[in-house]
Structures are given as C-alpha cells and as structure tokens.
Design a protein around this ligand. Structure first.
Ligand code: ADP
Ligand code: MN
Ligand code: MN
Ligand code: MN
Length: 351
C-alpha cells in the first residue's frame, strides 16, 4: 500500500465528534448541572477507545472559584453514547478538581462517596432511585395546571391516561428512549399524583453507577424539555397546599438483605440511629415535603413498616412475603444529591 493510500484510509476511519462534558456546579442550596462541548477532530473506533481527557472551565461563573484563581479541572468519570446527537458523539460525566493540586473540589460529593463505597465494597450494596420531578412553564407555573388557574384535585392523574389527566408525555417518551439509547440503567417511568409531575427510576446498581447514571439522566431530561420550552423542576414542594411534593425514594439492599429478612430489619433499625444526619442532607426544603401528609412521614419522626407509604422507610409487601429483598428510604427529596444519599445509607447501614 502506498503512503498516500494509507493516509486516505486513516482519514476515512476517523471522524470529528462532539463530547459533551457534564458536571455539577456550586450553586447553593441545590447545585445545577452544567455542560460544554469539546470537538474531538480525529476520533476513531468505538466509545471504549475514547480518551478520557481532562478539561477545564471557569469556576468563577459556576460558584466554584473566585475570579483571580478561576480554573477548575473536569475529570471524566463515566461516558456513554450521546442519544441526542447520535452517531459517535458522547456524553461525558465529570467530577470537579481544584487546579492548584488536582484534589477534589469542595462541591465534589462523588469523591467522598467513592472512598466510602470502596470501604464497604464487600457488602455489595445496590440502589434503585425513583426520581420524581415537576414540569413548569417558562413563567414558573405548573405545566399541568390551566393558565392562571387550578386543575381538579389530585386523584385521576397518577399513572393516568388521556387528555385532561396527563400532560407532557411527549417529553417522557423521548427521555426514556434517550436513556435506553445511552445505555443508562433506567428501569421504568410513571405519571405522578400531581398533574405535570412524573417519575423515572434508575437501578439497580452500585452507588457510583446509579448516581452517575442519574446525573446523566437528569441532564438528558433538562436538555430534551428545553426543546419544548418546558422547565424541569426538582423542587421538593413546587406547589404549596394540597398537592404532592416530589421525592427521590431510594431503594437499597446489601447482599445480606437480598438473602434474608433479619438483615432488612437490622438496616431499618440502624437508619433510626442517625435520623437528623440523613434528613439534613436529603435535599433543600425537606420540611415542606415531609409533613406527615401526602404519603410522607414527618421529617423529624423516624418510622419503618411493611407496605407503609406513611413511614420513613417502607419494606415492600413482596419483600415481607419472600423474607428477603430490599427496603425503600422514602425521605430523600427530588433535589437530593444521589452521591450524598447513597453515601449516607452506606455509612449508616454498613458502618
Ligand atoms: P415503588 O413501588 O416505590 O413506586 P419503583 O418500582 O418505582 O417502586 O422503584 C423501585 C426501584 O427499586 C427500581 O429502580 C428498582 O430497580 C429498584 N430495586 C429493585 N430491587 C432492588 C434491590 N434488591 N436493591 C435495590 N434496589 C432495587
Ligand atoms: Mn415509584
Ligand atoms: Mn413516585
Ligand atoms: Mn417509591
């Protein structure tokens, strides 16, 4: 083969692609997702061959640095096909490091989780997180509410079908397929109790996997809803009054829990020993949501029980029947940081 033919061949098999670098910013009390695009001019092969190159950004624009020392480092931790751009384009989930010594940024809750997960790896903890959210119009009013008014009270909307009962399904359909195409561990979706409120679930998988996948799934949801001028809110209680809040029920099981009931009871009891530590880190505005009404337990009163959706922690009925399985911590808010909720459960249940 001549030199010229060889270079033509190389040219044919490499393509420019777009890598969307996604990270979590320093906004308080609830961080936002950010992302920017890196064009890789000569990408060849499959996603597994993609170099996980570090990159940087201006932390002074994301509440992560001051202007005089603004550089932060993006370190890729998970990548998957980009279902929106298609082709060989990729999404790259990153955590944030300080430029001065490449140590984790204070906002980097993933690094803290990684250490705890490694410590308790022998217990093989799995998670499944149910992400609820609310669709809003650009003016902040709920997408499921008539302009300037209120819909009929809650009742027909949960898992509903039909106009007047369900809104936003086009977004759910697109988002679910996007998660599947990206290879995320999405396990289902449903319309929720308040109109315009929906849920998707990620799991089961280990703490880092489920949390990384959750952040990419949240990013995809924001990105897809953008095209419909719909705002995705993870607020815990977007509508005051007789409307359900939005949570992120966190299902969990150690290997011992998957094998026998005593370990499930033990885990539920242990969660009762660090109640405030958990609730204070389960997302902003938790007191507005965990009132004791609307399928919640009061935020400052811990309880657990079989099938009880008014308890802090629920043991599903089939788990009681089979005498093995998992438990559901119903307290985390929709706006919880998955790296933090999975870490706290690891520490309390496995510690
Ligand atoms: P709910 O009945 O509370 O609405 P969902 O079906 O919405 O429950 O969500 C249950 C979640 O629990 C799913 O994400 C599923 O993957 C996860 N799950 C199932 N089995 C286990 C297990 N053994 N350990 C951890 N998570 C699990
Ligand atoms: Mn659910
Ligand atoms: Mn739900
Ligand atoms: Mn649930």
């Amino acid at each position: 083969m001549s030199k010229r033919e060889l270079s033509l061949e190389v040219k044919d098999t490499t393509v420019p692609i777009q890598a969307e670098y996604i990270w979590i910013d320093g906004t308080s009390p609830t961080p936002l997702l950010r992302s920017k695009t890196k064009v890789i001019p000569d990408f060849a092969g499959s996603i597994a061959d993609m170099p996980m190159d570090e990159w940087g950004f201006d932390g002074s624009s994301t509440e992560q640095a001051s202007g005089d020392a603004s550089d932060c480092i993006l370190r890729p931790v998970f990548q998957c096909p980009d279902p929106i751009r298609g082709g060989k384009n990729v999404l790259v989930m990153c955590d944030v490091l300080l430029a001065k010594d490449a140590s984790p940024h204070p906002s980097n809750t993933r690094a803290t989780l990684a250490a705890v997960a490694a410590k308790h790896a022998d217990q093989e903890m799995w998670y499944g997180i149910e992400q609820e959210y609310t669709m809003l119009r650009l003016d902040g009013s709920p997408y499921g509410f008539p302009v300037g008014g209120f819909p009929k009270p809650q009742g027909p909307y949960y898992c509903g079908v039909g106009a007047g009962r369900v809104v936003g399904r086009e977004i759910i359909e697109e988002h679910t397929q996007a998660c599947i195409d990206a290879g995320l561990l999405i396990s289902g979706t449903n319309a929720e109790v308040m109109p315009g409120q929906w849920e998707f679930q990620i799991g089961p998988g280990d703490a880092l996997t489920v949390s990384d996948h959750m952040h990419v799934a949240r990013w995809l949801l924001h990105r897809i809803a953008e095209d419909y001028d719909v705002v995705i809110s993870f607020d815990a209680k977007p509508m005051k009054g007789d409307w359900n809040g939005a949570g992120a029920h966190t299902n969990f099981s150690t290997k011992a829990m998957r094998e026998g009931y005593p370990a499930i009871i033990e885990a539920c009891e242990k969660l009762g020993t660090r109640v405030l530590e958990h609730v204070e880190n389960y997302g902003d505005d938790i007191q507005s949501r965990l009132t004791g009404k609307h399928e919640t337990a009061p935020w400052n009163k811990y309880s657990y029980g079989v099938s009880n959706r008014g308890a802090s922690v629920r043991i599903p009925w089939q788990v009681a029947r089979d005498q093995k399985g998992y438990a559901e911590d119903r307290r985390p808010n929709a706006n919880v940081d998955p790296y933090t909720v999975t870490r706290l459960i690891l520490e309390t249940v496995c510690g």
